[in-house]
Design a binder for this molecule. Structure first.
Ligand code: UTP
Length: 289
């Protein structure tokens, strides 16, 4: 088995659930406390030992490239003003990892976005991470998947248990339990009605795939919403070879929606050593008013 080094970040969607903020700014650049979502996700991947990043972007997504690029002017201003700490903070972003940018010319679906990175994957296993799903845990979510991938050599998908009334927001899996925390996936359905959902386990925006998935994506046809759905090709893969699901440990925020974004900011803000104490005081005053 080839070692797992590559990871794809699809970031070319329209972000319609977060308009008007996402009209001209990428959803992936929404900020939780003082860091954009995409930086959290890239750091998570690096912490899990994945050092070849392929970012799938589209029109209006230049801010992502700029964020990971060198910022000569800003860096020289910070340095000449003696702001060493901020200088280090800014300059290390451009050094953290090599990124290849691929363009998805039209937002034809998540499966299509992943397929756009095909040329860079070759015959290797690869990760896929959706940055608007923020997952916070001491063991990075991608590392949790990686551990199972290394034990099994198979594709592994992060899962999240959701209330039955929320299943129609997610891709939901059918599975056979192999052990307490290891499910063999047998099928998956995109946004089912609660009465049709095969379980309450939703796909949580973190994936590791064998190279076979890319071949299946190449043949994929548009599905729900007339988009090329990643879930359709995963379901096909699960019919050919084992695909595992693991319930992810950690706090998860759907930060691509206004409510999830607010919850993420409140949670991480309160936990922040610099801003937390004052934020707590302020929120307590607001709530007790
Ligand atoms: P989402 O469905 O959450 O993102 O796709 P979206 O389409 O941007 O947002 P809404 O639903 O309209 O609010 C999950 C991920 O897949 C990417 C998105 O950028 C997001 O990170 N994606 C989706 C693409 O890169 N291309 C697509 O065609 C669709």
């Amino acid at each position: 088995m080839r070692p797992l080094r590559k990871i794809i970040f699809p970031a070319a969607g329209h972000g319609t659930r977060f308009l008007p903020a996402t009209k001209a700014s990428p959803k992936e650049m929404l900020t939780i406390v003082n860091k954009p979502l995409i930086q959290y996700a890239v750091e998570e991947a690096i912490d899990a030992g994945m050092d070849q990043v392929i970012m799938v972007t589209g029109r209006g997504k230049r801010a992502i490239e700029d964020h990971f690029d060198v910022s000569f002017e800003l860096e020289s201003v910070l340095r000449s003003n003696g702001k060493q700490q901020q200088f280090e903070q800014v300059s290390q972003i451009s050094r953290m990892v090599e990124i290849i940018y691929v363009r998805q010319k039209m937002a034809l679906g998540l499966g299509h976005a992943v397929r756009c990175a095909e040329h860079w994957i070759e015959d290797e296993p690869f990760g896929v991470s959706l940055a608007d799903e923020l997952i916070i845990h001491d063991i990075p979510a991608m590392q949790q998947l990686r551990d199972v991938h290394e034990q099994t050599g198979c594709s592994v998908i992060g899962l999240l248990e959701v209330p039955r009334e929320h299943v129609s927001r997610y891709g939901i899996v059918a599975y056979k339990k192999e052990s307490e925390n290891l499910f063999r996936l047998t099928d998956m359905v995109e946004k089912p009605l609660p009465e049709r959902a095969p379980s309450r386990y939703a796909i949580a925006g973190r994936y590791i795939f064998t190279p076979r998935l890319m071949e299946l994506l190449r043949e994929a046809m548009p599905g729900a919403g007339n988009e090329i759905q990643l879930t359709d090709s995963i379901a096909r893969l699960a019919k050919e070879e084992p695909v595992y699901g693991i319930p992810l440990q950690g706090q998860r925020f759907d930060a691509g929606t206004p409510l999830g974004f607010l919850l993420a900011n409140a949670t991480l803000g309160l936990a922040d050593p610099q801003f937390g104490p004052e934020l707590r005081k302020h929120l307590e005053q607001l709530i007790c008013r």
